[in-house]
Design a protein around this ligand. Sequence first.
Ligand code: SF4
Length: 218
Amino acid sequence: MDNIVSESLSVLPVKRKNGAYSLRLCVSQGQLTIGMLKNLTETMAEFNLTSLRATTGQRMNLEGIPEGKLDAVVASLGVGVTKAPPGMSVCTGGGICIYGKQETRDIADKVLDLVEENGPYPYKVKSGVSGCKMACGLSFVRDIGLVGGPKGWDVYFGGAATRNAGVGVQLGKNVTEDEALAMITKALGFYRESGRKRERPSGTVNRLGKEALLDFMK
Ligand code: SF4
């Protein structure tokens, strides 16, 4: 099942300053299998590529691909070039981490589905899911943030880790998974209806005020 790269990868070429390309490997939840790694390392050896670098967004960049070889590298990996899915940072969660209060992987997939189904949006929507308040999934500073606690999920919307960094507005505390997903769906509606072009959710919330978001959520 997991012996080929294409099962959970989409790729996006990114042009670099030196004219070469990086192939962004949009790995699902940052997880690489033996089969993926084998395929990647064989491709790297065949095309003499020496740099595979983890990104801050739990993806991988295969660097240094000459433009003329881009198609051949993509073919060797057995993947299709597509638009990258929305960004998602997921911590290891309660099934693995000794500090975790909630499992993160399933709900992260559901959040990603919600984001894709409810678009298009004025600009990017990135999410962070963390199994406890340590927030290794960067939940407090993502457009959508979920933080697991012993009694359920805390839900945040409109956080940012960019120039105007700030914690998102808390929409719910100790809510169930279904309640959290419903809140996220509604908050995405707020952003879709009120956001300006190329304005991230944090910009919309800051411009209109967090009360506007909270009123919309009622
Ligand atoms: S946020 Fe909590 S559960 Fe997730 S990896 Fe960090 S410490 Fe573990």
